[in-house]
Write a protein that binds this ligand. Sequence first.
Ligand code: B16
Ligand code: MG
Length: 219
Amino acid sequence: MIKIKACIFDLDGVIVDTAKYHYLAWKRLANELGFDFSENDNEQLKGVSRMTSLDILLEIGDLTFSQEEKLELADKKNQWYVEYISKMTPDEILPGVVDFINNLRDNNINIALASASKNAATILKQIDMADYFDVIIDGTKVTEAKPNPEVFLKSANELGVEPKYCVVFEDAVAGIQAAINAEMHNVGIGTHQILTKSDYVISSFEDFNFDTLRKYFIK
Ligand code: B16
Ligand code: MG
């Protein structure tokens, strides 16, 4: 059986569904620039950094801007996004998350949040979950975007746990790849069809607990 000492959680798509707010803000920007942006297009932005998301959006709209203009566009989108997330409440925590994290705490597992978002602190405050994590590494503390493993390696390092004892919970393909690159175990939140490289996929944390996790990782 592998020894699990730490669990590292992504935020968007794992703890809360902020993808819908990112979508509304990106769509608003696309519409303002004169093109449409579908929910399907939005799938490509999951787990990806803000500036890379903008590059993908502009490619869809077939538009080119200078770096300075791009920073202004990203800032505009972010202001709308912050408006949306500032209205979030603890009701938006995804089902089973709080019970699972409490169950990990009861088993003395270290817990980290590892998100690409520069808005993670605002979201955690809105949903009242900042105190659930021993370590928080977000987009303000890393320079490399997933699939680079930086965000997970920094989390493990701050927790003082070796990567081989960590399990990452991720909903994005880029995030699962980042966990693999960090040489950590991973659990995908979503479907096998999309998270093809994930060690183990669950659809949600409902009816999921530390025992189930431990049993899966008996090798
Ligand atoms: P921000 P995660 C990611 O969060 C989102 O999945 C991704 O869509 C977003 O572009 C990125 O954060 C940056 O967010 O613009 O708020 O800094 O999944 O890593 O928790
Ligand atoms: Mg995510």
